[in-house]
Design a protein around this ligand. Structure first.
Ligand code: FAD
Length: 405
C-alpha cells in the first residue's frame, strides 16, 4: 500500500491531505514541503505580518496533521517524478513511491534585475522568510520604490507607508490593477494611496540605477529620477511547473489539468496556484492565484484521487486589504460590454455584464468588510447564471438579495 503523496504543503496541499482523511481514506498520506516549520497562510504576509511583525498564522487544521496520521515532512524538496516507477525523488536522493500524486507546488515571485542595483537591494514577497527580510529592512523615513501596482504591490505599499516609509509605486501600465479590477474601483484605491502619501506613477518603467552617497537613484525610461534606499518588485509570479515539465506532463503557464484536476497522467493531479484548468462557467482555461481557489481545489483533488469525478466550476473569488479599505471581487471580467456602478454608504460596487446582459463579475471596495455581503450575493447571481438588469443592479432602493431566484 503506497498511498497518496502530496508535493507542496501550502493551502492546496494541506487541504487535500485533510480532506483525504475526512473522507475516510485509511491509506498512507505523505505531505512534502520544501519550506521549514509548519504550513502557514500567505495572505497575511503583505498585511498584518508586516504591520505588526507577527508570525504568519498556521493553515487551519494543519496542527492536526500528525494526529490524523498524515506524515508531514518539511524541508524536503522533490527534485524529480519518475512516472514509470510511480516514485518521486527527494533532493537527498530518497525515493518515495505513490499510488496517486498531487502537485500543489504553488508559484514563486517573479524576480527583477535592475542594472546598477545589487540583487539584494531588490526584494520580492512570497514566503515567510521574504516577509521577515522586508520587515527587517524597513525603517521609517526610508525611500522605497515598489515596482508593480498589482494586489501584492499595493498591499506592500500600504503596509510600508503605514510603517512610516516614503513609498513610490511605479507601474508600466496606464493605471493600477489594470488587469484585475474596473477603472472605477482602481481610481478609489489610487486615491486612498495618494491621500496616505504614496506616490503612484503609471506608465513608468526603470531603465537602470546608479548609486549615490545616500542610496540609489532609479533612472526611469522617461528621463525622470527617483531616490530609492531599496526596491520591492511586485511584478507577478511564475507557477512552479518544472517538476511536471521534466516528467513530461502537459504544461502551459501552469500544469494543465482536466475538469477533475487530473494532469495528462491519470495517476497525477494538480491544484492551486500551479494548475491551469478549464472553467466551463466562462468557457475558458485559467490559472488563478487565489487563496480560496487553492483550498477548494485541494479538496476537489482529494475527492477525485479517491475516485470521484467532482468538477471545479465556480466563479473565482479574491480579496485584498489596503489601509482600512477592503476590496473583494468575484467572477472573471470576460466579454464585458457594460459596467454598472452602485454606490452606497461610502462603498462602491461595480457589476460587469456581458453582451447577453449576464452578470459575469462584480467588484466592491469600501471601509472594512462593508462589501462582503453584497459580493456574496453577486457570487450567487453569477454561479446561477442570472441576468439581473443594469437598472436593478444600480438602484440602491432594490436589495440585491431580491434579485436571487
Ligand atoms: P503555495 O501556498 O505557494 O504552496 C506551495 C508550496 O509548495 C510552497 O510551500 C512551496 O515552497 C512548495 N513547493 C514548491 N515546489 C516544491 C518541491 N519541488 N518540493 C517540495 N515543496 C515544493 N490570495 C487571496 O485570495 N487574497 C489575498 O489577499 C492574498 N494575499 C496574498 C499575499 C501574498 C504576499 C501572497 C504571496 C499571496 C497572496 N494570495 C492571496 C494568494 C494565495 O496566498 C495563494 O493563492 C495560495 O497560497 C496558493 O496556495 P498553493 O497551495 O497553491 O501554493
Amino acid at each position: 500500500m503506497y498511498g497518496i503523496l502530496i508535493i507542496g504543503a501550502g493551502e492546496a496541499g494541506v487541504q487535500a491531505a485533510l480532506t483525504l482523511r475526512q473522507q475516510g481514506y485509511q491509506g498512507q498520506i505523505t505531505l512534502l514541503g520544501d519550506e521549514s516549520g509548519r504550513p502557514y497562510e500567505r495572505p497575511p504576509l503583505s498585511k498584518q505580518c508586516l504591520l505588526d511583525g507577527s508570525d504568519a498564522p498556521l493553515i487551519s487544521g494543519s496542527q492536526q496533521l500528525e494526529a490524523l496520521n498524515i506524515q508531514y515532512r518539511n524541508g524536503q524538496r522533490v527534485v524529480a517524478i519518475h512516472r514509470n516507477q510511480q516514485q518521486v525523488e527527494l533532493a537527498s536522493g530518497e525515493q518515495l513511491p505513490y499510488e496517486r500524486l498531487l502537485l500543489a507546488t504553488g508559484a514563486q515571485a517573479r524576480t527583477l534585475t535592475i542594472e546598477g542595483m545589487p540583487a539584494e537591494q531588490v526584494l520580492t514577497l512570497r514566503s515567510r522568510g521574504d516577509a521577515e527580510r522586508i520587515r527587517q529592512r524597513a525603517r521609517p523615513g526610508q525611500n522605497v520604490v515598489m515596482i508593480g501596482a498589482g494586489f501584492i504591490g499595493l498591499e506592500l505599499a500600504a503596509s510600508l507607508r503605514t510603517l512610516g516609509l516614503e513609498v513610490t509605486v511605479l507601474e508600466s501600465a496606464e493605471r493600477i490593477l489594470q488587469r484585475a479590477v474596473p477603472a472605477s474601483i482602481a481610481s478609489l484605491i489610487a486615491a486612498e494611496h495618494q491621500q496616505q502619501g504614496v506616490e503612484i506613477r503609471c506608465q513608468s518603467s526603470v531603465e537602470y540605477a546608479s548609486s549615490t552617497d545616500y542610496g540609489y537613484q532609479l533612472h526611469l525610461l522617461n528621463g525622470e529620477r527617483i531616490n530609492a534606499d531599496w526596491v520591492l518588485a511586485g511584478i507577478g509570479s511564475v507557477p512552479n511547473t518544472h517538476l511536471a515539465q521534466d516528467a513530461g506532463l502537459n504544461v502551459d503557464n501552469g500544469i494543465q489539468v482536466d475538469h477533475c484536476l487530473r494532469t495528462s497522467d491519470p495517476m497525477i493531479f494538480a491544484a492551486g496556484d500551479c494548475a491551469r484548468f478549464p472553467l466551463d462557467l466562462y468557457n475558458t482555461e485559467v490559472r488563478l492565484e487565489s487563496w480560496r481557489c487553492a483550498r477548494e481545489q485541494g479538496e476537489i483533488a482529494a475527492l477525485n484521487m479517491l475516485g470521484a469525478n467532482t468538477i471545479y466550476n465556480v466563479a473565482p473569488w479574491f480579496w485584498s486589504d489596503q489601509y482600512q479599505l477592503g476590496l473583494q471581487m468575484v467572477g472573471l471580467p470576460i466579454g464585458v460590454t457594460q459596467e454598472v456602478i452602485r454606490d452606497f454608504n461610502g462603498s462602491r460596487l461595480v457589476f460587469l455584464l456581458n453582451a447577453h446582459q449576464q452578470l459575469v463579475a462584480a467588484c466592491g471596495v469600501g471601509p472594512g468588510n462593508t462589501v462582503a455581503r453584497d459580493i456574496k450575493i453577486a457570487e450567487r447571481l453569477i454561479n446561477q447564471g442570472l441576468h439581473p438588469s443594469a437598472e436593478q443592479l444600480a438602484d440602491t432602493s432594490i436589495s440585491l438579495k431580491s434579485l436571487l431566484k
